[in-house]
Design a protein around this ligand. Structure first.
Ligand code: SAM
Length: 465
């Protein structure tokens, strides 16, 4: 058993063993238990499923008979474990493994030494066939909850280890040293990164350079984030926080840009402020539909080139000729390939003006492409505005597109392509489309958040009317 899966390893829930339990009262079967006056509760359970956040779920009627589902990180189906019960939450209780009694057939050695502590991955302990089936099942189940039952699992497109091109590191300065990595799960504690099999090598190579280069930039005790994206031209880096940069800090950032051979380094005092370029060494370009797009600092881009290619192919396959609205278009990941089809009109709508400006310049000479800056949460396109389109593509942030989908469901637009990185909000939005008469034609799961519980999906709907 790897060290990080041993009972004494730091908790993947970010909780020291026993601390939360000691403070709360819990229910075991029908009996009330007051931990303040007794030892922590430990029970033996068998894992019978892996839940939507990647934790094993113990059958509530199993050996422990706890009367509630118990969610146990780092376990697989068939694991028999002794767990210490942690806090209750809406769906059951948390449990932390104290003793491994038997491992299920799907358990494998994790690919990374940080697995079990690092909050970035939750599923490296799951063997590949079970992992792929689990990812696909997240999308199949989301569709079923929305009322679209399928007779076979949704197909899954895989992406490779080392292909993740966009990342946000947490950084922290303590005792004059800078730590760079990811937070532990459900915690603000930082895992100082030594390896990461998910990241593109160019992004992982930044870690030691950031550790050294940010020492003169971050005041003692400061935390900040570093968003990095590998694009044509090199790595584009955005430092979010600290709130001020003096001359020494600016010089140190310029030195960091040189040392790391960054294409660009920008600084944002906080996420509400516009980014300010500190070092611009080479153009930072993405390429959509064969056109170079000069992306602004901090732009949204799909997490991997492989994932972007799979999503774009699915969007293009779903949309035939005619006028298309690309809602939540960003810098044009889908809009530019859609507009490359001769004679097609594509209207791109997004709330981010800088992203749309980049899209406008990239689209020079494409007569059919128009853009509109608009808050689609407060001011969605109405059914009347949607009426002229043959197809609508929408790719909202994790919160989904409730207001826009309500209008879409009433519009009767013949084809709707939904792209989503959140099965929960997708379910809500898809249910609304179903209520508007839309039928599911096809769906695809894209695993571009490798070994995490996140999944990207594309679903194609048609209106019969
Ligand atoms: C998941 S990204 C998708 C971008 C693009 N489709 C792509 O694949 O690169 C979501 C986009 O929604 C935009 N967005 C977020 N909230 C919005 C809102 N309330 N109204 C309009 N656009 C919004 C963001 O600016 C971002 O470009």
């Amino acid at each position: 058993m790897p060290d990080n899966l041993r009972p004494n390893a730091a908790s993947a829930t970010g909780q020291d063993p026993g601390t939360a339990l000691d403070k709360e009262q819990c229910v075991v079967g029908s009996a009330r238990y007051r931990p303040e006056s007794g030892p922590p509760v430990e029970i033996e359970v068998v894992i019978t499923a892996v839940g939507a956040r990647g934790d094993g779920i113990a059958d509530p009627t199993g050996a422990g008979n706890v009367g509630q589902r118990v969610f146990v990180p780092l376990t697989v189906c068939g694991d028999r474990v002794r767990v210490r019960l942690g806090p209750a939450h809406a769906e059951g209780r948390r449990g932390q493994v104290v003793t491994w009694l038997a491992r299920g057939p799907d358990a494998v050695e994790p690919a990374c030494r940080h697995f079990g502590r690092c909050g970035g991955c939750t599923l490296q302990h799951l063997g590949d066939p079970a992992y792929g089936a689990w990812k696909s099942e997240q999308v199949t189940a989301a569709l079923a909850r929305a009322g679209f039952g399928l007779d076979r699992p949704v197909p899954l497109v895989r992406t490779s280890p080392g292909s993740r091109r966009r990342v946000t590191f947490s950084v922290r300065c303590r005792g004059g040293a800078v730590a760079v990595g990811f937070n532990e799960r459900l915690s603000h504690r930082l895992v100082d990164l030594e390896q990461c099999p998910v990241l593109a090598p160019e992004l992982l190579a930044l870690v030691p350079l950031l550790r050294r280069g940010l020492v003169p930039v971050l005041p003692e005790g400061a935390t900040a984030e570093v968003a990095a994206c590998r694009l044509e031209g090199g790595v584009d880096l955005l430092l979010i926080g600290p709130s001020r940069l003096d001359l020494t800090a600016r010089q140190a950032l310029a030195d960091l840009a040189e040392a790391a051979d960054l294409a660009r380094l920008s600084w944002q005092a906080d996420p509400k402020q516009p980014p300010e370029p500190v070092a611009a060494r080479r153009p930072v370009l993405a390429r959509f539909g064969g056109r170079p797009v000069a992306v602004p600092p901090g732009s949204f881009l799909q997490a991997s080139a492989e994932g972007e290619a799979a999503l774009t192919a699915a969007v293009l396959a779903g949309v035939q000729g005619g006028a298309v609205a690309d809602l939540f278009s960003g810098c044009g990941t889908f809009s530019l390939p859609l507009a490359a089809v001769a004679g097609r009109r594509v209207h791109c709508v997004d709330g981010n003006g800088a992203a749309l400006a980049a899209l406008v310049s990239a689209a020079r000479g494409l007569p059919g492409l128009s853009t509109e800056q608009r808050d689609l949460g407060r001011n969605p396109l109405s059914p009347e505005e949607l009426a002229g389109y043959q197809a609508v593509v929408f790719d909202p942030p994790r919160a989904g597109a409730a207001a826009q989908v309500a209008a879409l469901a009433a519009s009767g637009v013949p084809v709707v392509v939904a792209v989503s990185c959140n099965p929960a909000t997708f379910t809500r939005d898809a249910r609304r489309l179903a209520a508007g008469g839309y039928r599911l034609v096809s769906a695809l799961a894209v695993d571009q958040f490798l070994w995490s519980a996140h999944i990207e999906l594309v679903a194609l709907f048609r209106h019969p009317g």
